[in-house]
Design a protein around this ligand. Structure first.
Ligand SMILES: *Cc1c(COP(=O)(O)O)cnc(C)c1O
Length: 392
């Protein structure tokens, strides 16, 4: 089976982790800060705080932004549930704005229209690794005094061009307060489980660090009759990552440029081969963005998309091609329907995409033969199904 995503681990990674395990540290050692600095430098951010997962990092970012009960955070229904759940953990309410049907990113105009007097933050995600229109999102935030948290879990290494023509790296936080990465094995680099928040604000960095350690920190500037005393100032959690995971992360970062180049090469090949095939990829202007290609999604152009997608999914899976569907829109998960009364039809663009969506395998270790086999099977199976549709 060719999976839809897969990590890359080699002997160098293993040696680096082994070396870390033989050191004096297991957790809370020096490799954590080294890893944080390496990612921050690559992305052009001032600070970074590593966490035990991308989900915990998102939760920490929501806490650091001061999001709490009664607040609303505007995000997209077309994301992994962890994005919206981070808002729920803080007792606040995620509010959805529908997507742009071509880029599949949240529509910045709809995002602006979803802002109310209760809105505290905007939480865009760079879907599949394609950067959102951060200038417009930042403008909305500035106008209403909102925080911007980027769920950049798909977008390590992505870049975009400002209207002034300048390239900005996702993670630099040039147009946001914080950006969040995940190091789950299907993401660009892995630490097993892991995540990170990048920021340019020292106050946010300090709050993120405190959150990672139960919200406990030294009370600043106090005369100290009890020198051992640290106090829990906010409700945090144990969100720590281990030293040996950061050893892996450090070594993985050495390979990031190669990973990105390989992902891009495969995506370009898919794009060329599928052109004119009624399998429509994400649309964007290549001169204005550098897509990070976390995954490669296509939309079936068909007048019975749900039926055809199901058939194509099953046929490809049976042929050993591990296609996948990203994602069931967040508002249609039963928990969200039960808790907030969402119904099918609430976010038509996200739902229309979902009915037609298929994710093709894409990961740096994928060989040219795997790509050939995938393309060949996709073309054969889709050919049979779409002709079937035409005869109906
Ligand atoms: C992977 C992912 C997360 C969660 O990251 P974990 O490290 O798995 O906790 C959050 N948001 C998005 C968009 C993701 O893809």
């Amino acid at each position: 089976m060719i999976p839809y995503g897969l990590h890359w681990l080699d002997e160098e990674d293993i040696a680096r982790v082994t070396r870390a395990l033989r050191s004096a540290w297991i957790t809370q050692g020096p490799l954590i800060e080294e890893f944080e600095q390496k990612v921050a430098r690559r992305c052009g951010a001032r600070f970074a705080v590593a966490f035990s997962s991308g989900t915990t990092a998102l939760h920490a970012a929501c806490s650091a932004a001061g999001i709490g009960p009664g607040d609303e955070v505007v995000t997209t229904p077309m994301t992994f549930v962890a994005t919206a759940n981070a808002v729920l953990y803080q007792g606040a309410r995620p509010v959805f704005a529908d997507i742009n049907p071509e880029t599949l990113n949240v529509d910045p105009e709809r995002m602006a229209r979803a802002v109310t007097s209760r809105t505290k933050a905007l939480l865009p995600i760079h879907f599949g690794g394609l950067p959102c229109d951060m200038e417009r999102i930042a403008r909305t935030a500035r106008k209403s005094g909102l925080a911007v948290i980027e769920d950049a879990c798909h977008a390590l290494g992505a870049e975009w061009r400002t209207s002034g023509g300048q390239w900005e790296k996702v993670g630099s936080c040039s147009h946001s307060d914080m950006a969040v990465f995940s190091f789950h094995p299907v993401k660009h680099i892995t630490t097993g489980e892991g995540g990170m928040v990048l920021t340019h604000r020292v106050d946010l960095r300090d709050r993120l660090r405190a959150f990672r350690h139960h919200g406990i920190s030294k009370a600043a500037g106090k005369e100290d009759p009890e020198p051992w005393r640290s106090e829990m100032q906010i409700l945090g959690c144990n969100g720590r990552i281990t030293d040996f995971q950061c050893a892996l992360g450090l070594n993985q970062m050495e390979k990031l440029e190669g990973f990105l180049a390989r992902r891009r090469a495969i995506a370009l090949r898919y794009g060329r081969e599928l052109e004119g095939s009624c399998l429509i990829p994400q649309r964007f202007d290549d001169a204005q963005v550098r897509h990070a290609w976390h995954f490669y999604v296509v939309q079936l152009q068909s007048d019975r998309p749900e039926q055809d997608r199901r058939e194509l999914y099953l046929a490809l899976r049976a042929a050993g091609i591990g296609v996948y569907v990203h994602y069931l829109p967040v508002h249609l998960h039963s928990y969200y329907q039960k808790s907030f009364g969402y119904r099918p039809g609430d976010f038509p663009a996200a739902e229309a995409y979902y009915q037609r969506a298929l994710t093709l395998p894409l990961y740096p270790k994928m060989s040219d033969e795997d790509v050939d086999r995938t393309l060949e099977r996709v073309q054969t199976e889709w050919g049979a199904i779409s002709r079937g549709a035409a005869w109906k």
